[in-house]
Design a binder for this molecule. Structure first.
Ligand SMILES: [Zn+2]
Length: 391
């Protein structure tokens, strides 16, 4: 159900993760979050880090904020995004399973993706998979208690966890995926029931249809649609549900060709039971905007207007130009502005991520002004608080 973005025209947000502050040195590891909060040093650093992430987004002027994925440790290539839930579901144990995927951004020794993949040690299914201490609602409450702006909570999808863990228990991967999906659904219902206004499902695998991948049996795209919709079943009655897609982020690397198009995936993505679909559009300079606008006609569409892999901060004019081109194919009341993906934890500095957020808002404000819409307050760009004279 459109809830958080209901009253907002051209709302701005980011995908989720922000670079960790250098002073945030504590680690969560495999501990349940609530247990870790009893550790005074972790509690102070974690809550300060979340407050900092939220404050940076508010200073930039974003309408919808995130907790910066501050639960994730400093890791190689976004490993915690996989491991946080994988280590906490019951039925998954150990940490010795890893594999490389052929044709996946290069997977031979000497390729950066090989190092990412060999660092991604995952558990194995050793018993029936059930809910464990993911404690998503506790994580969200800590963040939402710090701001009046809606906090979007993001999670990796069950299908991506299920295709990344080992299996010593199930007779088929489909069965394994169905049980993770059921366990995740209960977790997300509790989160929505707690009041979370936006839940973002990250990477449904579906946009990889037609993309050459290796490493294990290929599952049918319709099966992924079914699993996704099973996970979010009933969720839209409670909250606004987003689905995030992109072309990769491990160690800030793109895993697919730069001309990789969403074309083949759009009919399948349109079947997802969600309110908002997100698309990587900055890196491709809006290559798929027309296709997206034609294929997705009732859901809202969030487009990336800044690149999460490039260290060059986009100029507001560049962002505004992409938004204007998007508006030729997507009506303003269904368009949301975001980053292509999360800014990650190891590849980008906080400063660069911050100014990219500021550019999202400044660029959107240029278009809002042209359309006669109210502009967002961007404290970071308020000349009254400049320490040096503007040139
Ligand atoms: Zn992404």
């Amino acid at each position: 159900m459109i809830k958080a973005t209901k009253e907002l025209t051209l709302p701005t947000t980011i995908t989720g993760s922000l670079p960790r502050p250098v002073w945030y040195t504590e680690t969560l590891g495999a501990r349940p979050f609530r247990d870790a909060l009893a550790d005074a040093r972790f509690r102070e650093q974690y809550t300060d880090a979340v407050a900092t992430c939220i404050r940076d987004q508010e200073r930039a002027g974003l309408d919808i904020v995130t907790d910066g994925d501050a639960r994730f440790d400093t890791d190689v290539g976004g490993m915690s995004w996989f491991q946080y839930p994988a280590r906490r579901f019951k039925g998954l144990a150990g940490g010795d399973y890893y594999r490389t995927r052929k044709g996946y951004g290069g997977t031979a020794k000497g390729d950066i993706i090989f190092e990412v993949m060999e660092s991604r040690v995952m558990p194995r299914a050793v018993a029936r998979i059930e809910r464990g201490p993911l404690q998503y609602s506790s994580l969200w409450k800590v963040a939402q208690g710090m701001t009046v702006r809606p906090v979007k909570f993001g999670t990796i999808t069950p299908e991506l966890i299920g295709t990344s863990v080992g299996n010593d228990y199930y007779s088929s991967q489909e069965e394994l995926l169905r049980d993770i999906s059921a366990a995740m659904r209960d977790e997300l219902r509790e989160l929505a029931g707690a009041g979370c206004a936006i839940i973002q499902m990250e990477e449904p695998n579906i946009h990889l249809v037609g993309v050459q991948r290796g490493g294990g049996a290929q599952l049918d795209v319709e099966f992924f649609v079914e699993i996704f919709n099973n996970t979010v079943k009933g969720l839209r009655d409670l909250t606004e549900v987003w689905c995030h897609t992109c072309w990769g982020n491990p160690a800030q690397q793109r895993l697919f060709a730069t001309n990789q198009s969403y074309r083949d995936a759009l009919p399948h993505l349109n079947k997802l039971d969600v309110d908002v679909l997100t698309f990587e559009c900055a890196t491709s300079d809006g290559m798929d905007l027309e296709l997206i606008g034609k294929a997705i006609t009732d859901k809202k569409i969030a487009i990336g207007v800044v690149d999460h892999r490039n260290l060059q901060v986009e100029r507001p004019q560049q962002v505004a130009d992409l938004i204007r081109r998007a508006l030729k194919h997507i009506p303003a009341d269904r368009l949301i502005l975001s980053s292509d993906c999360g800014f990650g934890r190891e590849g980008m500095s906080r400063r660069i991520a911050f100014y990219k957020m500021v550019s999202i808002v400044r660029g959107t404000n240029l278009v809002r002004k042209e359309l006669g819409l109210p502009e967002a307050r961007c404290l970071a760009a308020d000349p009254r608080y400049a320490l040096a004279e503007e040139m």
